[in-house]
Design a protein around this ligand. Structure first.
Ligand code: AP5
Ligand code: MG
Length: 224
């Protein structure tokens, strides 16, 4: 078993967890696990749990811990041969903290980092309600890109769309959930002095901002 390095990407909805995770994966050669992506994929199945998961995500509500535990451990087991992993969107509740601790013990993880992306709420609202996503491969597209306009994913060719939970009527619920359930997880890591704070918004030009945020993460992780 490898998986010696674990980096958590934390931050409110739309803070850039998915965007920055993918850049880090390219840079470090680690595996990537997004709980949101895994749940959206699972929710395409035809069974009662999948239906419940889809309804819960589309309503902007965090799923009960029992509904995500198996998917979390099964998904990690499939990618545990890499030297490290970037985890996006987990743990999202105090209950899930214990599951992550189990993972760290199980794989004898040596280096554990928590990267937190700080972005103003107004900016986040703007990002979420102007983004399109591929429901097949989860690629994310900014307004103005050719894919955004053609609505065809350049990675897999699927039609891209607005995520149901990016509807303005649902986004508020996602923020409420974040404050009540996920902020305490951040507070926990703060109390242990484990949080690396990153300015998640560094330019009015999105592509430039994304690059600068990536560079700040690399600097603070000590990656050359
Ligand atoms: P999830 O899919 O994780 O959603 P989220 O946390 O709300 O975050 P997003 O994916 O919307 O945003 P992001 O931070 O990844 O930002 P992105 O890179 O896309 O979870 C969805 C749902 O699944 C939850 O609500 C819950 O129901 C369920 N769920 C997930 N995990 C769970 C768990 N552990 N337990 C139970 N339930 C769970 O960027 C956003 C936009 O901004 C993009 O357009 C991007 O291009 C742009 N952008 C990124 N960086 C920048 C920048 N620096 N400057 C300008 N624009 C930028
Ligand atoms: Mg995401």
């Amino acid at each position: 078993m490898q998986l010696q390095n674990v980096i958590l990407l934390m931050g409110p909805p739309g803070s850039g967890k998915g965007t920055q995770s993918k850049l880090l994966v390219d840079q470090l050669g680690y595996a990537y696990f997004s709980m949101g992506d895994a749940l959206r994929e699972y929710s395409k199945q035809d069974n009662p749990l999948a239906k419940r998961i889809k309804e819960t995500i589309d309503g902007g509500v965090i799923l009960p811990d029992n509904d995500v535990k198996e998917l979390f451990f099964d998904s990690i087991a499939k990618i545990a041969d890499k030297p490290g992993i970037i985890i996006d969107g987990f743990p999202r509740t105090l209950g899930q903290l214990g599951m992550l601790d189990e993972l760290i013990a199980k794989y004898h993880v040596k280096n554990f980092k928590v990267v937190f992306l700080e972005v103003d709420k107004q900016k986040l609202l703007g990002r979420l309600t102007t983004r399109k996503t591929c429901p097949n491969c989860q690629a994310i597209y900014l307004p103005g890109t050719k894919e955004y306009i053609s609505e065809i994913c350049s990675v897999c060719g699927h039609k891209i769309l607005i995520r149901p939970d990016d509807d303005p009527s649902v986004v508020g619920k996602r923020f409420d959930e974040y404050i009540t359930k996920t902020a305490p997880v951040k507070d926990h890591y703060e109390s242990l002095g484990q949080v690396i704070h990153i300015m998640g918004d560094q330019s009015d030009l999105a592509q430039e901002s994304i690059k600068k945020v990536h560079q700040e993460i690399l600097n603070k992780l000590g990656v050359e």
